[in-house]
Design a binder for this molecule. Structure first.
Ligand code: TYC
Length: 106
């Protein structure tokens, strides 16, 4: 601050500061849904292949989906989530399984 009577805004000629806040990019959850037809081993394979889970982690998560109806399998940026959902849906379609995978904003 300055005592200069000509310095009406008290900043002694410095540009007024603007507070800028960095925004975190939004994150997206990927969900896998249960169905009655997709084989358990196929879901386990999908979780290992596209989400980098160990066999034990994949088996446990598959059982959670089987019992509860759905589960979050990972959280990613929009582009990564969109790509993984498309990869899983394509892979399931290629094998003629009705497995569904979706994403939603956290
Ligand atoms: N419910 C299926 C079955 O009994 C197994 C399954 C688990 C299917 C998870 C989809 O996301 C799923 N064969």
């Amino acid at each position: 601050m300055s005592d200069d009577p000509d310095d009406a805004d008290g900043d002694a000629g410095l540009a007024t500061k603007t507070r800028t806040r960095t925004q975190r990019p939004p994150l997206y959850k990927i969900l896998i849904l249960n169905d009655d037809y997709t084989p358990m081993e196929f879901v386990v394979h999908v979780l290992e292949r596209f989400f980098g889970l160990s066999h034990a982690q994949a088996f446990e998560l598959m059982l959670t989906v089987h019992k509860k109806g759905l589960a979050v399998v990972g959280v990613f940026s929009f582009e990564i989530a969109e790509t993984k959902v498309a990869q899983v849906m394509d892979f399931a379609r290629q094998h003629q399984h009705p497995l569904q995978c979706t994403m939603e904003k956290e």
